[in-house]
Design a protein around this ligand. Structure first.
Ligand SMILES: [Zn+2]
Length: 405
């Protein structure tokens, strides 16, 4: 049986927490000085345990095992959201180090910019599987549009480095340990979640155009108030989606922007709504899309405003590999008998990108209070240690099973 040094694992995690500390969390946006310090820290850790570690031209950090035979890829991301938690991403990367230190044949990877500080989405994991073009990198900018990805890469001192691609023949599967970022495990009194799949996310931009005008001079009959039409659309979504969605679907109005948005005196001439919905089933996503299209159509039939619907992105759901899931289930039952469940991941992760080229799986540990993307994000040391133990056992089980078959 593989022996994981859980104390050493926790020590690494707490050490990493000291880089870019913000209150009890961290703030390590992609390519910031703190983020680069954490990447260099990771390379040193890799080298200290005998992995061949290096950072590439996209900021990805890959540490390769010297062992022969079937290899598992283990990892996550190491940058954080701004003023966010210490475990989101870091947990999966440091777990990879712990597995390598325990002697398992694993390569460890930290994929750059999972947190989308730059436009494009999953830039690091897409780059490393060969799914990111130079043109996409040229076009990518930071969130407020003040810096290009190329400029940030140059400032981070990475511009001269080539982008590394994974040798896909090398890997049996990818494993990612992650915090749940929700309350399902905690509410059920469970300690481990074996992830069945990662939801697909459909994102939309709704534009409602009316007529900007004087709030007093324009009669109620004359006016074309984009604000009222927007509220009716949002209300229809709230009423209609529950009829067609699945039990675990989520839908979110991420942002609503009134233009000109004056506090008094002006009828809004335009409203922009950014909306997304998620589910693990393509059929459910299709039903929600059809409902949304019908709501927009109905708005255009009834209102004096014009609503248009733009799909900004569609990611398809990814199912976790059956054999990796079985290995995780067996390990979970061994170390946390009766205290685990199978569940979908409502958040997107690098595993979703890796799922295009190899079998993938994910394991969740509970988030205290369900909090994530906030500096109070936390998980008990006991649950963190249990998570890495279950992961190690599953990876060993999977690699041995794979080589024996
Ligand atoms: Zn994450």
């Amino acid at each position: 049986m593989v022996e994981v040094n859980t104390d050493g694992f926790l020590k690494d995690l707490y050490e990493l927490r000291k880089i870019g500390t913000f209150k009890t969390g961290v703030s390590r946006p992609t390519f910031s000085p703190a983020d680069m310090e954490s990447r260099r820290w990771l390379v040193e850790k890799m080298k200290a345990i005998g992995l061949e570690g290096a950072i590439d031209g996209m900021g990805n950090v890959l540490g390769k095992t010297q062992q022969n035979g079937p290899v598992a890829l283990v990892g996550s991301h190491i940058e954080s959201q701004i003023e966010a938690g210490w475990l989101d991403g870091a947990l999966g990367v440091v777990a990879g180090l712990a597995l390598a230190r325990a002697g398992l044949a694993v390569d460890v990877c930290a994929f750059a910019d999972e947190e989308s500080h730059f436009s494009g989405g999953y830039l690091g994991s897409r780059s490393i599987i060969g799914d990111l073009t130079e043109e996409e990198m040229d076009a990518s900018r930071n969130r407020d549009g003040t810096k290009t990805l190329r400029e940030a890469i140059a400032e981070a001192g990475l511009a001269h480095l080539p982008r590394v691609q994974l040798d896909l023949d090398r890997y049996k599967a990818f494993f990612e340990l992650h915090i749940e970022q929700g309350k399902q495990l905690e509410d059920a009194g469970l300690r481990i979640g074996v992830v069945s799949g990662i939801v697909g996310i459909y994102s939309w931009h709704i534009i409602i155009e009316g007529q900007q005008d004087h709030a007093g001079g324009t009669t109620m009959v004359e006016r074309r108030d984009a604000g009222v039409a927007a509220v009716r659309i949002l209300s229809a979504i709230d009423q209609e989606f529950p009829r067609v969605c699945g039990p675990k679907s989520t839908f979110t109005t991420c942002n609503v922007k009134y233009t000109p948005g004056a506090p008094v005196g002006i009828i809004p001439g335009r409203v922009d709504i950014w909306l997304e919905f998620r589910d693990q089933s393509v059929e459910v996503l299709a039903r929600m899309e059809a409902t949304l299209r019908a709501i927009i159509q109905e708005s255009n039939r009834r209102e004096k405003t014009k609503a248009s619907l733009i799909c900004t992105s569609k990611s398809t759901p990814v199912l976790c590999d059956q054999h990796t899931v079985e290995a995780l289930e067996t390990a979970a039952e061994k170390f946390a008998s009766g205290s685990w469940q199978v569940m979908p991941s409502g958040a997107g992760h690098d595993a979703k990108v890796l799922g295009k080229v190899m079998p993938v799986s994910m394991l969740f540990v509970p988030s205290i209070g369900g909090v994530s993307h906030h500096w109070t994000e936390n998980t008990s040391d006991e649950d963190l240690a249990l998570g890495v133990q279950v992961l190690a056992d599953a990876v060993e089980r999977y690699l041995h099973g794979a080589s024996a078959s």
